[in-house]
Design a protein around this ligand. Structure first.
Ligand SMILES: CCCCCCCCCCC/C=C/C(=O)SCCNC(=O)CCNC(=O)[C@H](O)C(C)(C)COP(=O)(O)OP(=O)(O)OC[C@H]1O[C@@H](n2cnc3c(N)ncnc32)[C@H](O)[C@@H]1OP(=O)(O)O
Length: 359
């Protein structure tokens, strides 16, 4: 049965209500079908190669060739209804019954033995952080701060801990354009980092493999960092035309001294786990073969200590710096907002997305 104009209009409204970001590939498909359904075959000039967002949109629309408007309308309605059926948050929570239930599984939260564990779960993308995941991590931290666990852990599934910001986050441009995107990205970054600054209980990173970008910089806000000897720590901000975040412009010089911090944050020097431990960013390194076993035995023992005493002691250690950290976070986020609009940053993202460059 063909979709009516009314079905089509309902579907365009339904898209705005999707709870889960369907991802850039699907959004491009929706865009292309919408344009084809309303305007027919692609009829605008091809954008320049550096205008990669509009070029991706143009490519998607142009790829539909001479598909009839009616068929495009029908395919659009079908696609939206399949998305609505599966639209939930990307946070998966087990076994605590009172938490939000899963739709997809990019983030898994478990609570056991007095430990709430937040696991990045996109191993095929090296646990790169999508916009949805930033939001879900904030929700998970909020819930963990109030649950009855004593300790909260962040870790990754698969061979990577986290490859940092998902670079395809840059391709999803709102109607307000790139300036609007950079503005909302900076707000998201600031909110995200604020949650780590304010987190009230002992926060532990279990670094199960290489860590990149923001997953490294926020380590300065964790109370303990355990790493496998396979882990590396890489902040290639200059390579990406970007600048440090996660309060690392303050925490790294404080932890390792300004010149070692400069090697990492300005020159993008990648540290091994042992180097990171020597420099104080990592608390302890374990052989990969016994990493999980040793770390979890240790954490289970810690989680049996009186939770209120641990919480209060953490706050005594951290609270004196909180105000300063919030100010630094605000400043770093502002500076990054401008960096994201620079040619240096755009070119680096284009290179990665066109598979020309990796770190
Ligand atoms: C204005 C926009 C604002 C947006 C929202 C802002 C929110 C806050 C932002 C905070 C600022 C953060 C900064 C950072 O984190 S900078 C660091 C960014 N990360 C990178 O540059 C890493 C890029 N990835 C790589 O160089 C390599 O993939 C890597 C060395 C990590 C692994 O190489 P390897 O050869 O082992 O594996 P593959 O490259 O084949 O990777 C497997 C698949 O995973 C995809 N992948 C990996 N990392 C990312 C990533 N960061 N973003 C997107 N996709 C990633 C990779 O493309 C492969 O996918 P396919 O199998 O589909 O090809």
């Amino acid at each position: 049965m063909r979709a009516s104009q009314e079905d089509f209009e309902n579907a365009t409204n339904q898209v705005k209500l999707l709870k889960k970001d369907p991802g850039n590939e699907v959004k491009l498909k929706l865009y292309a079908l919408y344009k084809q359904a309303t305007e027919g075959p692609c009829n605008v000039p091809k954008p320049g190669v550096l205008d990669f967002i509009n070029k991706a949109k143009w490519d998607a629309w142009n790829a539909l060739g001479s598909l009839p408007k009616e068929t495009a309308r029908h395919n659009y309605v079908d696609l939206v209804s399949s998305l609505s059926a599966s639209s939930e948050s990307s946070i998966q929570v087990t076994p605590a019954a009172d938490r939000k239930q899963p739709g997809s599984d990019a983030l898994v939260v478990t609570s056991q033995d007095g430990i709430t564990t937040i696991t990045l779960n996109r191993p095929d993308k090296k646990n790169a952080l999508t916009t949805q995941m930033y939001h879900d991590i904030m929700l998970a931290l909020e819930a963990a701060s109030k649950d009855d666990s004593a300790i909260t852990v962040l870790t990754g599934n698969g061979d990577y801990y986290c490859s940092g910001n998902d670079l395809t986050n840059f391709t999803d441009i709102p109607p307000g354009g790139v300036e609007e995107k950079a503005r909302s990205g900076a707000v998201l970054l600031r909110d995200f980092v604020d949650r780590f600054i304010d987190f009230p209980k002992p926060l532990v990173a279990v670094v199960n493999g290489p860590a990149v970008g923001i997953s490294v910089t926020i380590l300065g806000l964790f109370d303990i960092v355990y790493a496998t000897d396979r882990a590396t720590f890489h902040t290639p901000f200059s390579h990406l035309g970007q600048s440090p975040e996660g309060c690392s412009s303050y925490t790294f010089p404080k932890i390792m001294g300004p010149s070692k911090a400069t090697e990492m944050l300005v020159f993008g020097k990648k540290l091994t786990a042992r180097e990171a431990c020597t420099q104080g960013l990592v608390t302890e390194v374990f052989p990969d073969s016994t990493f999980q076993k040793e770390v979890w035995v240790r954490l289970k023992a810690y989680s049996k200590l009186p939770p209120n005493a641990m919480r209060i002691s953490k706050q005594v250690i951290r609270n004196t710096e909180k105000e300063k950290l919030h100010a630094i976070n605000a400043e770093e986020s502002n500076i990054l907002r401008e960096r994201w609009l620079s040619d240096e940053c755009m070119n680096a993202v284009v290179s990665f997305l066109s598979k020309k460059a990796k770190l």
